[in-house]
Design a protein around this ligand. Structure first.
Ligand code: NAP
Length: 278
């Protein structure tokens, strides 16, 4: 079986994911897969990097599509037999002035940012090789303090919380958003916040499970806030370039030896359980 090291970045045809692929092409000792849900957008991105002298490989991957996940997994498994670095970057965010009902926004946002990311992880985690690293793109919005209810914060940060219990909490949020009670139940008014708090909580549980059940695999899972970045997601309002946004994800992927941390764009570890985000 191939001993080539393999890195994969989800949703990397543009924005921070694109810059992470670029940075990995410069520094990762192995093959780097740029992936996208849309093949032509992905191939255009590969062309752009090739023009800069980089050689990313390409595979289609829509994290909301089970067939796409299965095809991708089978391809990596049969071609390389394993995976060394997984960057879960793909995500969506509705704009502040979006007209879709809040319940619909909650369902769609949680579907991509939490449930599909989780489902993709569960599909490919068995492929992770010894010492593999997983980087989950969270956000400053993913700090625990962004959830107004103390009771929900206690549940989300419980040291015994299981993935299925966390998923039930995320499902409860979508239900509450649909029946108009999310505010009074203490979830706040941002579907993106709940999705990223959920992803950060998931990161902590994933690390705990690897450490407990398979300590010899030495796998690390960290969550990273990339900063406020000039991308389509922020309507290009963020002050950081995509290369600056890729800095902390690349640091966690290539340089740090951290496990289960919540890391800020300036490569600082931040207390996720603290009273407020920095
Ligand atoms: P972006 O420019 O909107 O790019 C998002 C990427 O995800 C696109 O390539 C998009 O593909 C892809 N994507 C969406 N749904 C997908 C799916 N179902 N399957 C596969 N790919 C999918 O966003 P960004 O600003 O670069 O953000 C990257 C990550 O950083 C996200 O996780 C975001 O939440 C996080 N983040 C960003 C900021 C910021 O200031 N920009 C701040 C904090 C956290 P399409 O081109 O096909 O839509």
């Amino acid at each position: 079986m191939s001993s080539t090291k393999v890195a994969v970045v989800t949703g990397s045809n543009k924005g921070i994911g694109f810059a992470i692929v670029k940075g990995l092409c410069e520094r990762f000792a192995g093959v780097v897969y740029l992936t996208s849900r849309d093949v032509s957008r992905g191939k255009d991105a590969v062309d752009k990097l090739e023009k800069l002298g980089f050689k990313p490989l390409y595979h289609q991957l829509d994290i909301t599509d089970q067939t796409s996940i299965n095809n991708f997994k089978k391809f990596i498994e049969t071609t390389y037999g394993g995976l060394d670095l997984l960057v879960n970057n793909a995500a969506i965010a509705f704009k502040g002035d979006a007209k879709e009902p809040f319940g619909h926004q909650a369902e769609e946002t949680l579907k991509v940012n939490y449930f599909s990311t989780l489902n993709f992880c569960e599909a490919v985690f068995p492929l992770l090789r010894q010492n593999a690293k997983v980087v989950n793109l969270s956000s400053s919005a993913g700090h625990l303090s962004r959830i107004p209810s103390a009771d929900l914060r206690a549940k989300l940060s419980s040291p015994d919380l299981s993935i299925s219990e966390l998923s039930k909490l995320m499902e409860a949020f979508v239900r509450d958003a649909k029946d108009g009670t999310a505010g009074e139940k203490g979830w706040g008014n941002s579907t993106y916040v709940v999705s990223k708090v959920g992803l950060t909580a998931l990161t902590i549980i994933q690390q705990r499970l690897f450490d407990k059940e398979e300590p010899n695999r030495n796998i690390s899972v960290n969550a990273v806030h990339p900063g406020y970045v000039d991308t389509d997601m922020t309507s290009h309002k963020g002050p950081l370039t995509i290369e600056e946004g890729a800095k902390a994800p690349l640091f966690v992927a290539l340089d740090a030896d951290w496990k289960g941390m919540y890391v800020w764009f300036d490569c600082r570890e931040v207390d996720w359980f603290g009273d407020a985000a920095p």
